[in-house]
Design a protein around this ligand. Structure first.
Ligand code: FAD
Length: 503
């Protein structure tokens, strides 16, 4: 045990990570904890991060936030998946659509039926069977629990939102639950001479703030976890080569598309994220292959509206902190590591770290065993997401630039190679414990980028080719007819906004 009871929590940082942490701790533990959050207006927040994945809905539910209020306050739109353009070969595109694809069969994934159909030269696109994809391409959205007639799972969705507005919203939420906000810059810390644990932080104005547990939400700099505890960082840039981003918002254009776009360019890729009031855009690239100037030009050449500000360069190193929890410091957000924004996983990692901390909260003092278990779970979670993101780079088939050729030829982690080999030989994919992405997510990236299995499960041979064709045709038709009836996404957002009282 490092110290006695944990009554005083100090959060350093007031970006998305800081205020999400403050909100859930305050909601869960109420007056049993004293929570102080320190943020520096001079330093500010990173100010990017607009695309999320479906579990954020559970976080908001846990806080009791009404979805319509959330949509209004954060200028959110709906996200049904991510469309990847030019990631296989130039001109190709596919979607990592959320939710299910097709009809599930006991002990055998739907994808095996699709592979059998492909081998029999039956012409079906894998995404014919995705209600999310079909709705996304029609710019349609409404909550839908089930696809009627076939009783298939309905639409799974997430949000595009303004993370800065979300942090402001959560600040109000937290302050209403007695979180104390202190504005100021942390310039030093005092540590216990025997344990090395942090006892207090010192602000520029001389104020000293003591705590039993510190949550480092200070962003990429990792102020407590790295600068003061020297925890160490595992560098993954040999697998995830991007080290720079250049971001700019532009004016919105119609229609309001309910999906993120990820468009691969010569030496990186560009995001397009539509919000209610603007569209977020950015280039992610490797400075070894592309200059900032070239990245900026590519970005500006590919905007679909007028830029609203000067593009801004951000540097990062992909990887993870060797320990997310070290002594009495837990790092959450960019201070704990960064995997690049390709699959919008950063805010999700914030959420899962907070939930993990809440579940393992060290009320009676910090135990090495609990710290170790927390770190084991975080490491596994980071590594599984890392593999999924590397897959996109590895599976490209582009020959038009050195960047993409080098990505094709790189050695990938054994865990990923194994997953790719198993899928190629058998069409099988397994979701391991603590793994974020579903089997269907993996299948979509494999198939979307051209890794088609050589074999399929023999359960699919229970159907003759004609029976298979009839089955797939009927599922495809039901999904298309259902998607045709779903209202327009922009109208859905307006309906949400007008359902709220005006003041
Ligand atoms: P920050 O926003 O940097 O906040 C750090 C806080 O610490 C600030 O309040 C700052 O004032 C404070 N601070 C720092 N030093 C001190 C000090 N000495 N004293 C007092 N206060 C201090 N995530 C997604 O989920 N989806 C996306 O689409 C996405 N896109 C991204 C694109 C790019 C290019 C990048 C780089 C990241 C992206 N992310 C995305 C990640 C996302 O931006 C972050 O996960 C999120 O913003 C959380 O940041 P943070 O709170 O950890 O850090």
């Amino acid at each position: 045990m490092l110290n006695n009871k944990v009554n005083n929590v100090v959060i350093v940082g007031g970006g998305t990570a800081g205020w999400m942490t403050a909100s859930l701790l305050a909601k869960t533990f109420g007056s049993t904890l004293n929570i102080t959050l320190i943020e520096s207006d001079d330093i500010g927040i990173i100010g990017v991060g607009e695309a999320t994945i479906p579990p954020l809905i559970h976080f908001n539910d846990e806080l009791g936030i009404d979805p319509a209020v959330f949509i209004k306050e954060t200028k959110a739109t709906i996200k049904l998946g991510i469309e990847f353009q030019n990631w296989g070969e130039l001109g190709e595109s596919y979607m990592h659509a959320f939710g299910d694809i097709g009809k599930s069969f006991p002990l055998c994934d739907f994808s095996h039926f699709w592979v059998k159909a492909k081998q029999a030269n039956l012409d079906f696109n894998f995404w014919d069977f995705s209600i999310n994809y079909q709705s996304a391409k029609r710019n349609a959205f409404a909550p839908l629990d089930k696809v009627p007639a076939l009783n298939l799972p309905g639409i799974a969705f997430a949000f595009h939102f303004d993370a800065g507005l979300y942090a402001k919203f959560l600040r109000k939420y937290s302050e209403a639950r007695n979180v104390k906000r202190v504005e100021g810059k942390v310039v030093n810390v005092n540590k216990c001479a025997t344990t090395g644990a942090i006892q207090n932080v010192v602000l520029e104005n001389g104020e000293i703030i003591s705590g039993d547990l510190f949550v480092d939400c200070s962003g990429i700099r990792g102020l407590l976890i790295e600068k003061h505890l020297n925890t160490g960082y595992e560098d993954w840039s040999h697998w995830l080569p991007a080290d720079s981003a250049i971001a700019v918002a532009c004016e919105s254009v119609e229609p309001l598309t309910p999906y993120t776009k990820s468009i691969a360019h010569d030496s990186g890729w560009q995001w397009r994220i539509p919000l209610q009031h603007r569209t977020g855009n950015g280039m992610v690239y490797s400075s070894k292959y592309m200059t900032d100037e070239a990245a900026k030009q590519t970005l500006l050449d590919n905007l679909d509206g007028k830029p609203l500000a000067e593009p801004r360069v951000i540097r990062f190193k992909t990887g993870r902190r060797l320990k997310q929890w070290n002594k009495n410091v837990v790092s959450i957000g960019l201070s704990s590591g960064f995997l690049e924004p390709l699959e919008s996983t950063s805010i999700h990692l914030i959420q899962s770290s907070i939930v993990r901390l809440v579940k393992m909260f060290p009320h009676n003092g910090i135990s090495e065993h609990v710290e170790c278990e927390y770190n084991r779970q975080s490491k596994t979670e980071f590594e599984k997401i890392r593999d999924f993101i590397i897959l996109h780079y590895k599976l490209n088939r582009r020959t038009d630039s050195q960047f993409w050729l080098d990505c094709q030829n790189m050695e990938v982690p054994y865990s990923l190679k194994h997953k790719m080999d198993v899928f190629k030989e058998s069409g099988l994919v397994f979701r391991e414990s603590e793994e974020l992405f579903t089997k269907i997510a993996w299948q979509q990236v494999f198939i979307g980028q051209g890794l088609i299995p050589d074999d399929y499960h023999r359960r699919a041979d229970q159907l003759s080719n004609q029976e298979l064709k009839d089955l797939l045709t009927s599922v495809k038709e039901v999904i298309a007819k259902t998607a045709d009836k779903i209202p327009n996404h922009g109208d859905y957002i307006q309906t949400c906004l007008s359902s709220l009282p005006k003041h």
